[in-house]
Design a protein around this ligand. Sequence first.
Ligand SMILES: Cc1ncc(COP(=O)(O)O)c(C=O)c1O
Length: 348
Amino acid sequence: MRIAASVRALEGYVPGEQPKSSNVIKLNTNENPYPPSPAVAEVLRTFDVDRLRKYPDPIFTALRERLAEIHNTVPERIFVGNGSDEILTLAARAFVEDGEAIGSFNPSYSLYKTLAEIRNVPFRPTELAEGFAWAEPDVAGNVALFILTNPNAPTSIRYEDEKIAAFAKDFPGVVLIDEAYADFALKSLDSLAAAPGNENTIVMRTLSKSYSLAGLRLGYAIGPVDLIDALYKVKDSYNIDAIAQAVALAALQDIEWMRANTAKVIAERNRLAGELLHRGWDVPESATNFLFARPPAPHKAADVFKYLRGRNIFVRYFTYPRTDDRIRITIGTPDEMDALVAALDAMA
Ligand SMILES: Cc1ncc(COP(=O)(O)O)c(C=O)c1O
């Protein structure tokens, strides 16, 4: 067999289902229920096809300048990836030697484990405390890269910046803070990205959630110049296509649109949390665009998941030991949330 043994042994990451039917209330992959900025549609409508004859800007100059402006930093501290998932892959390539390990919390984004498997290095999870609260990261066993999601997924809980900063200060490896959901947190999380003296910390964001552009595939990282340069060295030459660069720039020029959509999602999140709490569910306080909710006895999360699916309402269910008593519900429109609550109320 010609396939590398480590790849043969791989389970691979299984993304949330993308149903073919449009007759589904889709609350399973943390997409935004509202459309992206009208400026995005305008760019696509007027895009000069002749530009596709040539290669795109390999270092996405205009995008980096705009991102630097937004985050009050310089373009040299910014990297852009084909989704933040690509940045995670590149970080595993750039910051981990053979024989070193990748760490993260458990539960967290399950792709991190797969990344370690693909990179063929050990994965060393640190169990979160009771209630998915912060635990001191265990970096024994040669952990060179610790990936930390804040606010965390799928738990929806936000950690305090001070705890992360204190850990990063003493950790000799690279800390990658995955802030995919930061725009839905109550307070801005910009401080860590901009913190001077942070020599080992990279903060990563995505346009997939708050900017309603999951289909575009665009994420970015902010960090010290030497770490950012390392990501450039290991990326594909043209990792962001010309259309994606133009579309992302337009979206990033209309932050007000993103903020307005985010505010609607947050309001709906808080309303749904109230509805579920009122019905006896356990719902940790969410700083994201989803809830990680445990149904009251005698209901089992797996059964609720199946029941909702039977009614064309798709949520996410993770079969891991600490997550299998909950479902993860992406926040949709008020109508979608009403339909969800009505379905739950009709559950036998
Ligand atoms: C914690 C976390 N990081 C990263 C991603 C992937 O983001 P992107 O669409 O930018 O690749 C997700 C997507 O669900 C996520 O939940």
